[in-house]
Design a protein around this ligand. Structure first.
Ligand SMILES: *Cc1c(COP(=O)(O)O)cnc(C)c1O
Length: 371
């Protein structure tokens, strides 16, 4: 049987992940460590192939959200510390015991469950107290209220002996809210230690993501948990490079007359005779319908505007004036080299979302080719 020929695919630059990691490690303040975040199957890049790159560079801490990700990280040969970066259901927690996932606890309910698992000899690793100092109001305990502090004391009474870390997640990395959240977190860590037998020096206190690390602000943390920075999606400068490209192919070239409608619902009418290329990617592969009237793909080094509504499995690009285009040519949705590329800022403007959203979506919907 011959290899399937993909309609569209993601090209993954593992060497760039390695380079981005080195750059990120160089930014770590003295005395802090790095946790590589691999949720959404490593932001769409594929855990199985990214983990060996991280192991090569000496990464010993990885963050995930789902059990499938935890298993994939272990299957890839990772024996270091594995952190779940959100609250989990009792079922998830139990099913992840074999993979030695360090869980977050942000409620008395979760604390009781963890205590039972630990005292039953089933959980082999300690837990992390999740606080809402960073104000995500997602799954951390909020210590601003009497009720929150009461619940925290109850959690500490239940579980203090097994708490090995305290964490929060910042909702903003703009200077002012970040400073506020970081100072609040530092105060709350002090409060927790003062209201328990916990000793700050024995704990892994962790907060801060890629943008926090890039902000240059000093915050109370022993470990930065970073995803985006590895995949080059935050800042095109400082040497960081995007690690994914999305490509497809020209499958038809045709000449269509002035007045012809392009795509569903006659929303695009040709104002002049045009040479159009049908490209083998559509919304089913993550070329979002939101890109209508904004999209452009790179064919033979030229940007060809995408016309009309996006179909399920195809788009139509105006290749009038681009010489020598042939069926089978690559059409780059995202990526390319140097000046001839669809850059992160272009993709953000075309798809009206952030790059992590695009990478997670594209990487999961398309076959991945590793370079
Ligand atoms: C996703 C996530 C991170 C990593 O964020 P990036 O912006 O990708 O670096 C860190 N911590 C938590 C809790 C997260 O959910």
């Amino acid at each position: 049987m011959s290899e399937p020929v993909p309609s569209s695919w993601c090209e993954i630059h593992l060497d760039r992940i390695s380079d981005n990691l080195d750059l990120a490690l160089g930014l770590l303040p003295e005395g802090t460590t790095f946790c590589a975040v691999m949720k959404a199957d490593a932001y769409g890049h594929g855990i199985a192939r990214v983990v060996p790159v991280l192991l090569d560079r000496g990464v010993t801490r990885i963050g995930i959200t789902s059990n499938a990700e935890a298993r994939a990280v272990r299957d890839a040969g990772f024996t270091g510390r594995l952190f779940r970066l959100r609250a989990a259901t009792p079922e998830e927690t139990e099913a992840a015991l074999a993979d030695r996932v360090e869980e977050q606890v942000g409620s008395i309910l979760a604390a009781r469950q963890m205590r039972a698992l630990i005292e039953g000899g089933r959980a082999q690793v300690g837990v992390h107290l999740a606080l809402n100092a960073g104000s995500m109001s997602r799954d951390g305990l909020d210590l601003a209220t009497d009720e929150g502090r009461r619940e925290c004391r109850a959690i500490l009474a239940e579980l203090a002996a097994h708490i090995i870390g305290i964490c929060t997640h910042f909702s903003s990395n703009d200077p002012h809210p970040l400073r506020h959240g970081a100072d609040l977190f530092a105060d709350q860590v002090t409060w927790v230690c003062a209201n328990s037998g916990l000793n700050r020096a024995d704990l892994l206190v962790h907060a801060g993501s890629s943008l926090t690390l890039l902000s240059g602000q000093r915050i109370e943390t022993d470990m930065y948990r970073c995803g985006a920075i590895l995949y080059g999606v935050l800042n095109d400068g400082q040497g960081f490079r995007p690690t994914m490209e999305l490509k497809s192919r020209v499958v038809h070239i045709g000449d269509y007359p002035k007045g012809a409608a392009v795509g569903y619902d006659r929303e695009c009418l040709l104002s002049r005779d045009r040479r159009l290329a049908c490209i083998s990617i559509g919304y089913a592969a993550g070329y979002s319908r939101i890109a209508q009237d904004r999209g452009a793909v790179l064919i033979r080094g030229h940007l060809a505007p995408v016309l009309g509504k996006v179909s399920m499995n195809s788009i139509v690009a105006d290749m009038t004036g681009i010489a020598d285009v042939q069926v089978g040519d690559e059409a780059t949705v995202f990526g390319g080299e140097d000046a001839l590329r669809v850059a992160p800022s272009d993709a953000v403007a075309q798809f009206l979302t952030i790059l992590p959203d695009l990478f997670a979506d594209w990487g999961i919907r398309n076959p991945r080719v590793y370079l």
